[in-house]
Design a binder for this molecule. Structure first.
Ligand SMILES: [Zn+2]
Length: 506
């Protein structure tokens, strides 16, 4: 806003009161208006991932500009009702949305936002845009199946569920939201409103993931808000390390693992090689339930490396997940996002195309895997065994004591994956019971999130404490724990915002 426009109302107020001869009042009024106009007027509302880990969504109002950072789906069972609630703002009033990355808990409500009237651009990196297309279309398909399944079950049980038995959004809704994506590059600022500018930086979490700074200029003053997005780990394969920042007036930091330390990556890799070798000796298969984005590519990276170094025998590796295969292609489109090691590695051949790697796209290709005799590595989704092709491979392997079920990701309570990890003696798959005789191994070190010390490392790069740090994206007790740690260790002004709470950033 030009300065002259701001001075206008101050002058007219002074003249109005001077005409009446109340000089003191006019002076006070002038001073207070002056202060008001010089103050920054930025409102930040926490609409998700506030004392929870999913549903990331922040609303920022700066002068006339209103925008969201992320618009994610709620996935924690007790919070999914929020997915069905109307947005607590009119979607058509927003100028744009900024998307940190393509995980569903960050982008999963964008189709609903667009269907309900949002018409602005959605800024994201090109890789995030490509991955979001795969993820959102898949989510729409799953929601359709889910709604159909619930409708039939409720009909059979002659009852009604708490939410409508229709998909939260359709494939058409997802497609409509994709047309709003506007890809931008790391480090290049984009103007998103009068005096408001956003810049994306590599977060090292998943391919294309971002941290975002928003610079707001009002009345000759400037404030920078730093959104951490999900922070990756240092020295992870394939991706660059998370970006470090030297200054921010306000910062939001995720805290998924704010209360724990992760197993070092080398240890996790050693465990992976040892598990494969032990299973080869016993003559069974290695079945790896894996998330399609990032984890599958990381496992392929390690397998390729082990093969090059002769750390494991030359086995057939199946990737039985159409979604993982599509995401592999996005990785191959974006070599500019790879770290130095991966770039060197690519010169010896892509980890997504090594000898012995077999890709199963169709259902018949998937079924053929079960005919293989001898040891094979089978990577399939879903990562927590809640659906998808992994269930068929579990049916074939879970009761074979020679085989190994190898978990490389977090298993949420209430999932089949968690049951197996927790040592269930038998499990139910497709309505039948199977005794668990296979070896069950879990490796924690492949986490995509910074652990407690890595979060502190990221914050410590700021040369001066921000005016306030908001700890978000974590279970309530974990966020509180991390906030106390930063308060005690660094003496910063820290808060853990509640869902729907609002902060004025001055
Ligand atoms: Zn994420």
């Amino acid at each position: 806003m030009p300065d002259t426009m701001l001075r206008m109302p101050r002058r007219s107020a002074v003249f109005y009161y001077q005409d009446r001869g109340t000089k003191l009042t006019s002076l006070c009024l002038t001073v207070s208006l002056l202060l008001l106009s010089q103050n920054m007027q930025i409102k930040l509302t926490f609409l998700g991932a506030a004392q929870s880990v999913t549903g990331s969504c922040y609303l920022i109002e700066a002068g006339k500009t209103r925008f969201l950072v992320d618009c994610g789906l709620y996935q924690e069972r007790e919070l999914t009702g929020r997915n069905w609630a109307p947005f607590p703002f009119p979607p058509e009033s927003l100028d744009c949305a900024l998307l940190t990355h393509a995980h569903l808990d960050h982008c999963g409500l964008l189709p609903k936002l667009v269907r309900e009237g949002f018409h602005g651009p959605i800024y994201a990196t090109a890789a995030t845009t490509e991955i979001a297309e795969i993820i959102l279309l898949d989510a729409a398909h799953l929601q359709k199946e889910d709604a159909e399944f619930k409708r039939k079950r409720h009909q059979k049980e002659e009852r009604k569920g708490p939410y409508p038995e229709v998909p939260l959004y359709t494939v058409d809704d997802a497609r409509a939201s994709l047309s709003h994506f506007s890809p931008i590059q790391y480090g290049i600022s984009v103007n998103i409103g009068e005096g408001v500018e956003a810049t994306f930086y590599d977060a090292g979490h998943v391919l294309g993931s971002s941290m975002i700074t928003v610079k707001i200029r009002q009345n000759g003053e400037e404030r920078t808000i730093l959104f951490s997005g999900d922070i990756g780990r240092w020295d992870k394969p394939i991706l660059h390390d998370p970006t470090l920042f030297e200054a921010a007036d306000y910062a939001l930091v995720e805290s998924t693992y704010g209360d724990r330390l992760s197993e070092p990556l080398e240890e996790a890799a050693d465990k992976l090689a040892d598990t494969i070798n032990a299973t080869v000796k016993s003559g069974g298969n290695i079945v790896i339930p894996s998330f399609a984005l990032e984890r599958s590519q990381e496992i392929l990276y390690y397998l390729n490396q082990f093969l090059i170094e002769d750390r494991i025998p030359h086995l057939i590796v199946f990737v039985d997940s159409p979604m993982a295969l599509s995401i592999n292609q996005v990785f191959e489109h974006h070599p500019e996002l790879f770290d130095e090691e991966m770039t060197k590695f690519m010169q010896q051949g892509s980890p997504f195309g090594f000898r012995g790697l077999s890709l199963a796209r169709t259902a018949s290709e998937s079924k053929a895997i079960n005919q293989i005799k001898g040891t094979a590595i089978i990577i399939a989704g879903s990562g927590m065994c809640t659906g998808g092709r992994i269930k068929h491979h579990l049916v074939s392997n879970i009761s074979r004591h020679k085989s190994t079920i190898l978990f490389v990701g977090y298993q949420a309570a209430g999932t089949l994956g968690r049951e197996i990890v927790d040592g269930a003696e038998k499990v139910r798959i497709f309505g039948q019971h199977y005794p668990v005789k296979a070896r069950v191994v879990q490796i924690d070190g492949f986490s995509a999130h910074a652990d407690r010390d890595e979060l502190v490392k990221w914050l410590s790069s700021l040369r001066q404490p921000p005016r306030r740090l908001f700890v978000t994206h974590g279970e309530s007790s974990v966020s509180q724990h991390f906030a106390s740690l930063v308060k005690d260790k660094m003496g910063w002004n820290v808060s853990v915002p509640e869902y729907k709470s609002q902060s004025i950033l001055d």
